[in-house]
Design a binder for this molecule. Sequence first.
Ligand code: ATP
Ligand code: MG
Length: 437
Amino acid sequence: MNQSGAPRKAERLVAVKGMNDILPPESARWEALEACVRTLMRRYAYESIRTPIVEPTALFVRGLGEVTDIVEKEMYSFEDRLNGEHLTLRPENTAGLVRAVVEHNLLYNGGKRLFYIGPMFRHERPQRGRYRQFYQIGAEALGFAGPEIDAELILMAHSLWKILGIQGVQLQINNLGQPDERKLHRAALIDYFEKNADALDTDSLRRLHLNPLRLLDSKNPQMQALIEAAPRLMDFQGEKSRAHLDAVLAILGANGVDSVINPRLVRGMDYYNLTVFEFVTTDLGSQGTICGGGRYDYLVEEVGGKAAPAVGWAIGMERVLELLKAQPAFAPVQAPDVFAIVTDMAFLPRVCVVLEQLRSIGVAVQLHASGDGAMASMKSQFKKADASGARNALVFGADEMAHDSVTLKHLRDATVAQRTLPLAQWAQWAESLQSAA
Ligand code: ATP
Ligand code: MG
């Protein structure tokens, strides 16, 4: 209360910048995408895993690399007020997944194929396709060294685009080779960028000796020409590394999956080796990467496990859903099958028993909600029924109740005559109310 005795209007609280509410009917599109993904994962024999959203900060610093954009600038890190632990909202889920795999010894009898769907957190400048809380779909195969698993993952992402009807996605691939090859390349890179030091921005100057590969990942447009002409990792690779990528490309080629080699593709985390790839579209403005991944054969060991090879990718859900907006077929219908119209509050106990029976066999039912102790007029209830998108209305009026029946009215086709149905025989007519879905 303020001084005049009137209730004070509470200050409106709003969501954190860059973090979105996903509201209906949009939320139904999210679930439809998730359902597609779960079906796809099953086809490729990937099992679901759910790891915590909060992890020890050290996991990301060690796993992703200290001199990376994510660790240097983008992590939501904090100290637990109660015990002083250093914690971080996961900026990605590969490190957490690997931690879980090691902690629970999931590789004890061979490899493991896993997937996850969930929110990630990065303190970036919010813009179209770039948020501070965003969702990733990720797939990771651990314990497998062969190129066929890199290819399997790429084929899986490719088939997701096909299932969703997303076209015009380009697959870019690079080969990061192995650590010893990287060392040679690193020396050449430092040499090259030192010679061009006056063209580097402050971030790049600082990183030059710490992590020169990161310079190749710079988004600074002024540096792109310089980056284009930088020494290429591929030129430092031995036969074995080359053979790995060639084998991946052969499988992709046999499956009609086109790719382009992008020698500048290095990705944002330090954990990658050999194959790295991104699926890129020009339909989303500057946030055009919808999937990124690669091999990370040294991360399991880095996180404290017994050395095991691994490969995976992550898809940005918001970006994929943005692409799907142009896709009328991908607008799932969430309307109930039936809207229940009730003319008197006194009928509600009986009506609700009937509605529960219908729901028990799978009919989607929306009950008209009363206001202030009374049901609204029939007219207004029919308006609501119409707006709900339901195909049918079930009318529970005084006549119907007196005869232990209900009136079924088709809401979308005026030529269908209304019918009176006996409540006692609900099992005989209820199924016909269910939509085909
Ligand atoms: P970008 O180059 O766009 O910053 P990234 O290389 O940092 O992407 P990854 O860490 O590889 O991204 O994550 C995989 C995918 O997750 C990206 O390809 C993108 O689709 C999505 N993604 C990454 N960061 C964001 C974000 N801040 N908001 C929305 N989606 C994101
Ligand atoms: Mg990024």
